[in-house]
Design a protein around this ligand. Structure first.
Ligand SMILES: Cc1cc2nc3c(=O)[nH]c(=O)nc-3n(C[C@H](O)[C@H](O)[C@H](O)COP(=O)(O)OP(=O)(O)OC[C@H]3O[C@@H](n4cnc5c(N)ncnc54)[C@H](O)[C@@H]3O)c2cc1C
Length: 300
């Protein structure tokens, strides 16, 4: 680690943060420190950091906007990379849209809807970055990223740039099968021309439906569990009596049973224990084993 720290320190100076707490970088407001935290603004800088980490045998984790993560209380060993604003631009050419992975998914939706381009309205209100949305194959209201993505650009774990086809991305329900350690820098979309006002109305409808059913103003990471085949995780959790159930300062939302909220001071260990309790109760009640949608990362 010391060699990596020195190499990165020489190139990035104060942009390299040591032993840096990650709670502020997650929507749960939970998470211990990263050994090394680096924000890169260009693909060249990203490749430099990935190559150095690879050569020094250090693990690398790419942190998006942190809206689908439970970072452990002990934090993340090795290098945590974030993409800065320099990797967040949007370019539009007819129906083809290229979006930097660091950009906000919500800003992308707004931009393309304003241009009268159809296909991304489903993502209205999904927080997070374009890159995180791609990795999670984010979706809602019957739409998902896989339907509109044509190409993905990024860096391999050895620090070499590559372009992947949708087949190579390996889209599945709320996951992808990207090459291990692949860091996305840009996502290309093919959208359809449509009526701007119609798209705006659809977007506002999705926004209102989301606001009516999700907890607001209290830290969370969205749906905790994926929906099982032919069912809804939220319904199973509600039937199993989990609404309002607490573990320390972590609790299942009273409003939506598939959300765990952190009203203040919850630890990752408490959230994880609550998830285990819920899985066990649902399994005992229905025989269904719920799979986490939130990614548990770091040293447990
Ligand atoms: C209130 C709320 C509502 C939500 N609603 C929805 C919803 O309706 N539908 C839905 O699908 N999700 C939903 N989510 C979950 C979350 O917003 C999505 O999964 C989102 O796409 C995650 O993006 P992120 O940038 O925050 O990724 P992160 O949480 O930071 O990371 C998620 C994964 O992506 C990886 N990653 C991130 N960026 C990159 C990159 N550039 N290159 C390589 N790997 C990367 C990370 O390593 C991690 O494995 C919701 C979350 C919240 C808090």
């Amino acid at each position: 680690m010391n060699r990596l720290e020195r190499e990165l320190g020489e190139r990035f100076g104060e942009r390299l943060c040591l032993n840096w707490p990650l709670a502020a970088f997650t929507s749960f407001r939970i998470g211990g420190p990263a050994d090394l935290l680096l924000t890169v603004e260009t693909e060249q800088d990203l490749c430099f950091a990935l190559e150095a980490a690879n050569r020094n045998g250090a693990p690398v984790f790419c942190l998006g906007a942190g809206t689908n993560l439970l970072v452990s209380d002990r934090g993340i060993r090795g290098l945590v990379v974030r993409l800065g604003e320099g990797l967040g631009g949007i370019e539009i050419d007819g129906c083809k849209v290229a979006a930097g992975a660091a950009g906000e998914l919500g800003r992308l939706v707004e931009t393309v809807v304003n241009r009268g381009l159809e296909g991304l309205e489903f993502a209205e209100g999904i927080p997070g970055s374009v890159g995180g949305g791609l990795v999670m194959n984010a979706g809602a209201f019957g739409g998902e990223m896989s339907r509109v993505v044509t190409r993905v650009r990024g860096a391999t774990c050895a620090g070499e740039m590559r372009v992947l086809s949708p087949e190579e991305v390996g889209f599945a329900y709320r996951r992808t099968e990207l090459p291990p350690g692949f860091t996305i820098t840009r996502v290309d979309f093919e959208l359809k021309p449509s009526d701007r006002e119609l798209l705006r109305r659809r977007m506002l409808d999705f926004r209102a439906r989301r606001a009516a059913r999700q907890p607001r103003g209290v830290p969370n990471a969205g749906s905790i569990f994926k929906n099982p085949a032919d069912g809804f995780a939220g319904r199973l959790l509600e039937q199993a009596g989990l609404k309002g159930v607490r573990q320390g300062n972590a609790m299942f939302s009273e409003q939506h049973a598939n959300f765990i909220v952190n009203p203040g001071g919850a630890t990752a260990a408490q959230v994880r224990a609550l998830m285990e309790t819920a899985r066990e109760r649902v399994r005992a009640m229905s025989g269904i084993i719920l799979e986490p949608e939130v990614r548990l990362v770091g040293e447990w």
